[in-house]
Write a protein that binds this ligand. Structure first.
Ligand SMILES: Cc1cc2nc3c(=O)[nH]c(=O)nc-3n(C[C@H](O)[C@H](O)[C@H](O)COP(=O)(O)OP(=O)(O)OC[C@H]3O[C@@H](n4cnc5c(N)ncnc54)[C@H](O)[C@@H]3O)c2cc1C
Length: 393
């Protein structure tokens, strides 16, 4: 079977809905992924290795904090940024996760809630990929309900002292700075965000091994034991659970685009394979109705997902997006991508389980993507609350 090369997926002239700048950004990201990530990703996945050598080249293309203005950031529109995450995840969900965390979960809160000094210290260096960040919200006992967090901060003189455990933290052990969410004891347990340099005494990050998903991304547990930070490390604009949820909204938006990328990778591979692979009467398997039904399901759902996330992006660029819009895009598109990965895996038969093809990797990755940044069912409840006005959590 000859090597299968990605050709893009566009059934209803989706490209005509994009302007020249958007297409240019998308094509640049696509070429970067094709030339730099695709040749190494299966090996990284096998080895459980994050391709750190791509950090600088990705920074040079403006991928970090891409939709922020100033501090060396690219100032892309939300649609342009979304197209970048689509292409990144077409390569690998783990690499897209790294960019999402750096951009949406670390640079965004510094940009939105931080002081000028914090912004000047961190944003230019993070944009250049010289400093890396992680976002510590989830704990061993609290995931979907982060409001239950046990991590505490106590103000002592001109310092805060932090204690707690964070779990499942992307980029935890490679980060220079962690955005840590904690309840402040002297403020009636109000949730606030803190910048914690990872070389501070009492801070420890240990990687989680044995993941069968996002193997090309670092995932760690964080432990904070009497970590003392100056009061100037508090992100002063944070206050309440709303603050981390605002960050998650940014990341979920990128995920909704990214999932389209993963689905396109699986579908295009399965389509090309089914046209090449012959079984009965020396005919390609694509000639059978049952195979066509699977391909039709996929292109149908991918096309709907592209339109959904583009509209959410347009609303975001117009300053009109609501969190429930982003929930719908994340929920639908990740579910759709996972179904596409499963159908594509099926269409490749035994070859579908081998890493000569990208499908099983995407399938395994998407299981995490379905769970993180609000599980599929949590987004069901967010949309349900939006349409009924009743919280069912
Ligand atoms: C690879 C990876 C990377 C991650 N990176 C980060 C990171 O960088 N930073 C970070 O803070 N977190 C990160 N996470 C954590 C992630 O956000 C959580 O796993 C997620 O929020 C779900 O929490 P949980 O795993 O504790 O599951 P739980 O909350 O225990 O949920 C388990 C199941 O119960 C369901 N459930 C829970 N509550 C309800 C309800 N009210 N009604 C119906 N069903 C419900 C869920 O939908 C799910 O099916 C990462 C996770 C993974 C897998």
């Amino acid at each position: 079977m000859p090597a299968i090369k990605f050709r893009g997926v566009d059934f209803i002239e989706f490209d005509t809905l994009l302007n020249d700048d958007e297409r240019l950004v998308r094509d640049t990201a696509r070429k970067f992924i094709e030339d730099n990530l695709v040749p190494i990703i299966e090996q990284c996945n096998r080895a459980g290795r994050f391709p750190r050598e791509l950090v600088k080249p990705m920074a040079d293309l403006g991928f970090f904090g891409a939709s922020l203005d100033g501090y060396g950031c690219a100032g892309m529109s939300n649609v342009e940024y979304g197209l970048v995450t689509q292409e990144l995840e077409r390569g690998d969900s783990g690499v897209r996760s790294f960019v999402s965390v750096q951009s949406a979960l670390v640079m965004y809160p510094i940009y939105t809630f931080g002081t000028d000094e914090q912004k000047n210290t961190w944003l230019p260096a993070m944009q250049k990929g010289e400093k890396l960040g992680c976002f510590g919200l989830t704990e061993p006992d609290f995931g979907s309900n982060p409001g239950g967090m046990r991590t505490r901060a106590r103000k002592v003189g001109k310092e805060y002292v932090l204690n707690g455990e964070k779990m499942w933290i992307t980029s935890g052990s490679i980060a220079d700075v962690a955005v840590i969410w904690a309840k402040v004891e002297n403020e009636g347990d109000k949730i606030r965000g803190f910048l914690v340099e990872t070389d501070r005494a009492g801070f420890k990050a240990d990687d989680i091994h044995g993941k069968w998903s996002l193997r090309a991304s670092v995932t760690s547990g964080l432990s904070l034991q009497d970590v003392r930070i100056p009061e100037s490390n508090l992100l002063p604009g944070t206050g309440g659970l709303k603050s981390p949820l605002m960050c998650l909204n940014q990341a979920r938006y990128g995920i909704a685009w990214g999932a389209v990328g993963a689905a396109m990778a699986c579908y295009d591979c399965a389509l090309q394979y089914s046209l090449l692979r012959k079984q009965f009467r020396n005919q390609p398997i694509a000639s059978h109705q049952l195979v066509q039904e699977k391909l039709t399901w996929m292109i149908n759902e991918i096309t709907k997902a592209q339109l959904l996330v583009l509209q959410v992006g347009r609303l975001k660029d117009a300053g009109k997006v609501q969190h429930q819009h982003i929930s719908m895009a994340k929920r639908n598109n990740v579910w759709m991508a996972l179904e596409c990965a499963r159908l594509s895996r099926d269409l490749l038969g035994a070859n579908g389980v081998a890493d000569d093809y990208p499908i099983m990797r995407h399938l395994m990755n998407l299981e995490s993507v379905k769970t993180y940044e609000g599980t599929h069912d949590i987004h069901t409840l967010i949309i349900g609350a939006s349409v009924t006005g009743i919280d069912a959590f």
